[in-house]
Design a protein. Structure first.
Length: 169
Protein backbone atom coordinates (compact mmCIF):
# COMPACT_ATOMS: atom_id res chain seq x y z
CA UNK A 1 0.00 0.00 0.00
CA UNK A 2 1.47 3.41 -0.97
CA UNK A 3 2.46 5.68 1.91
CA UNK A 4 -0.06 8.42 1.02
CA UNK A 5 -2.94 5.97 0.86
CA UNK A 6 -1.91 4.49 4.20
CA UNK A 7 -1.67 7.96 5.75
CA UNK A 8 -5.14 8.92 4.51
CA UNK A 9 -6.67 5.68 5.74
CA UNK A 10 -5.04 6.14 9.14
CA UNK A 11 -6.39 9.68 9.32
CA UNK A 12 -9.86 8.47 8.36
CA UNK A 13 -9.64 5.86 11.11
CA UNK A 14 -8.80 8.62 13.57
CA UNK A 15 -11.76 10.70 12.39
CA UNK A 16 -14.16 7.78 12.90
CA UNK A 17 -13.50 8.04 16.65
CA UNK A 18 -15.09 11.52 16.60
CA UNK A 19 -18.91 11.42 16.70
CA UNK A 20 -20.40 12.07 13.25
CA UNK A 21 -22.38 15.07 14.47
CA UNK A 22 -19.18 16.75 15.74
CA UNK A 23 -17.05 16.18 12.63
CA UNK A 24 -18.41 19.19 10.67
CA UNK A 25 -17.77 21.41 13.70
CA UNK A 26 -14.11 20.40 13.68
CA UNK A 27 -13.92 21.49 10.03
CA UNK A 28 -15.80 24.71 10.90
CA UNK A 29 -13.32 25.54 13.67
CA UNK A 30 -10.33 24.79 11.44
CA UNK A 31 -11.74 27.11 8.76
CA UNK A 32 -11.99 29.98 11.25
CA UNK A 33 -8.20 29.98 11.73
CA UNK A 34 -6.31 32.48 9.54
CA UNK A 35 -3.95 30.81 7.06
CA UNK A 36 -5.96 27.57 7.30
CA UNK A 37 -9.31 29.01 6.25
CA UNK A 38 -11.77 27.08 4.11
CA UNK A 39 -9.13 25.71 1.78
CA UNK A 40 -7.08 23.71 4.29
CA UNK A 41 -10.15 22.89 6.40
CA UNK A 42 -11.82 21.34 3.34
CA UNK A 43 -8.72 19.23 2.71
CA UNK A 44 -8.81 18.07 6.33
CA UNK A 45 -12.51 17.20 6.10
CA UNK A 46 -12.31 15.40 2.77
CA UNK A 47 -9.19 13.50 3.83
CA UNK A 48 -11.03 12.57 7.02
CA UNK A 49 -13.77 10.91 4.99
CA UNK A 50 -16.53 13.44 5.62
CA UNK A 51 -18.94 13.98 2.72
CA UNK A 52 -17.55 16.76 0.46
CA UNK A 53 -20.77 18.81 0.49
CA UNK A 54 -20.84 18.81 4.29
CA UNK A 55 -17.15 19.72 4.31
CA UNK A 56 -17.65 22.63 1.88
CA UNK A 57 -20.58 24.07 3.85
CA UNK A 58 -18.82 23.72 7.21
CA UNK A 59 -15.54 25.16 5.93
CA UNK A 60 -17.26 28.08 4.20
CA UNK A 61 -19.37 28.84 7.26
CA UNK A 62 -16.41 28.75 9.62
CA UNK A 63 -14.35 31.03 7.42
CA UNK A 64 -17.22 33.49 6.93
CA UNK A 65 -18.04 33.67 10.65
CA UNK A 66 -14.45 34.59 11.45
CA UNK A 67 -14.45 37.23 8.67
CA UNK A 68 -17.75 38.61 10.00
CA UNK A 69 -16.28 39.00 13.49
CA UNK A 70 -13.16 40.70 12.10
CA UNK A 71 -15.26 43.09 9.99
CA UNK A 72 -17.50 44.04 12.91
CA UNK A 73 -14.56 44.62 15.27
CA UNK A 74 -12.59 46.57 12.68
CA UNK A 75 -15.59 48.75 11.83
CA UNK A 76 -16.11 49.60 15.50
CA UNK A 77 -12.43 50.37 15.96
CA UNK A 78 -12.39 52.55 12.83
CA UNK A 79 -15.44 54.48 13.99
CA UNK A 80 -13.90 55.05 17.41
CA UNK A 81 -10.58 56.18 15.96
CA UNK A 82 -12.02 58.47 13.29
CA UNK A 83 -14.47 60.04 15.72
CA UNK A 84 -11.79 60.63 18.32
CA UNK A 85 -9.21 61.87 15.81
CA UNK A 86 -11.65 64.23 14.11
CA UNK A 87 -12.58 65.86 17.40
CA UNK A 88 -8.97 66.27 18.62
CA UNK A 89 -6.96 67.74 15.80
CA UNK A 90 -7.15 68.84 12.20
CA UNK A 91 -6.89 66.26 9.43
CA UNK A 92 -3.37 65.13 8.61
CA UNK A 93 -2.17 64.28 5.13
CA UNK A 94 -2.38 60.66 4.00
CA UNK A 95 0.61 58.46 4.64
CA UNK A 96 2.48 56.62 1.90
CA UNK A 97 0.87 53.34 2.96
CA UNK A 98 -2.63 54.80 2.87
CA UNK A 99 -2.04 56.14 -0.64
CA UNK A 100 -0.67 52.77 -1.80
CA UNK A 101 -3.64 50.89 -0.33
CA UNK A 102 -6.12 53.27 -2.01
CA UNK A 103 -4.37 52.82 -5.37
CA UNK A 104 -4.56 49.06 -4.92
CA UNK A 105 -8.24 49.30 -4.06
CA UNK A 106 -8.96 51.53 -7.05
CA UNK A 107 -7.06 49.19 -9.37
CA UNK A 108 -8.75 45.93 -8.33
CA UNK A 109 -11.81 47.09 -6.41
CA UNK A 110 -13.37 45.25 -3.52
CA UNK A 111 -14.35 42.27 -5.71
CA UNK A 112 -10.81 41.83 -6.99
CA UNK A 113 -9.25 42.33 -3.58
CA UNK A 114 -11.65 39.82 -2.04
CA UNK A 115 -11.33 37.16 -4.72
CA UNK A 116 -7.58 37.51 -5.37
CA UNK A 117 -6.64 38.35 -1.77
CA UNK A 118 -6.54 34.74 -0.51
CA UNK A 119 -3.66 34.09 -2.91
CA UNK A 120 -1.51 36.44 -0.83
CA UNK A 121 -3.02 36.92 2.64
CA UNK A 122 -5.87 35.43 4.70
CA UNK A 123 -9.40 36.66 4.11
CA UNK A 124 -9.55 37.97 7.68
CA UNK A 125 -6.63 40.31 6.99
CA UNK A 126 -8.03 41.44 3.63
CA UNK A 127 -11.42 42.24 5.15
CA UNK A 128 -9.83 44.15 8.04
CA UNK A 129 -7.76 46.23 5.61
CA UNK A 130 -10.79 46.99 3.46
CA UNK A 131 -12.99 48.05 6.37
CA UNK A 132 -10.19 50.03 8.03
CA UNK A 133 -9.70 51.82 4.72
CA UNK A 134 -13.30 52.98 4.74
CA UNK A 135 -15.04 50.44 2.52
CA UNK A 136 -18.64 49.80 3.64
CA UNK A 137 -19.05 46.67 5.78
CA UNK A 138 -21.85 45.20 3.69
CA UNK A 139 -19.84 45.50 0.49
CA UNK A 140 -16.84 43.79 2.11
CA UNK A 141 -18.99 41.01 3.59
CA UNK A 142 -20.74 40.39 0.27
CA UNK A 143 -17.51 40.01 -1.69
CA UNK A 144 -15.77 38.05 1.05
CA UNK A 145 -18.72 35.62 1.03
CA UNK A 146 -18.37 35.22 -2.74
CA UNK A 147 -14.61 34.69 -2.44
CA UNK A 148 -14.99 32.19 0.39
CA UNK A 149 -17.61 30.24 -1.57
CA UNK A 150 -15.41 30.15 -4.68
CA UNK A 151 -12.14 29.20 -2.98
CA UNK A 152 -13.72 26.67 -0.60
CA UNK A 153 -15.56 24.98 -3.47
CA UNK A 154 -12.40 24.83 -5.59
CA UNK A 155 -10.40 23.41 -2.68
CA UNK A 156 -13.06 20.85 -1.73
CA UNK A 157 -13.54 19.59 -5.28
CA UNK A 158 -9.77 19.48 -5.83
CA UNK A 159 -9.17 17.55 -2.59
CA UNK A 160 -11.98 15.12 -3.37
CA UNK A 161 -10.75 14.58 -6.94
CA UNK A 162 -7.14 14.12 -5.84
CA UNK A 163 -8.06 11.59 -3.15
CA UNK A 164 -10.48 9.74 -5.42
CA UNK A 165 -8.55 9.63 -8.68
CA UNK A 166 -4.89 10.04 -7.71
CA UNK A 167 -4.59 8.38 -4.32
CA UNK A 168 -7.47 5.95 -4.83
CA UNK A 169 -9.05 6.33 -1.41
Amino acid sequence: MPAVEELVQSFQGLVTHVPEIVQPFVVLLAAAVPFLEGEVASLIGVAGGIHPVVVAVAAGAGNFVSVLLVVLLTARARTAVTTRTASRRPAKPESKGERRFKRWLVRFGVPGASILGPLAIPTQFTSALLVAGGTPRRWVLLWQAVAIAVWTTVATVSAWAALTYVVGV
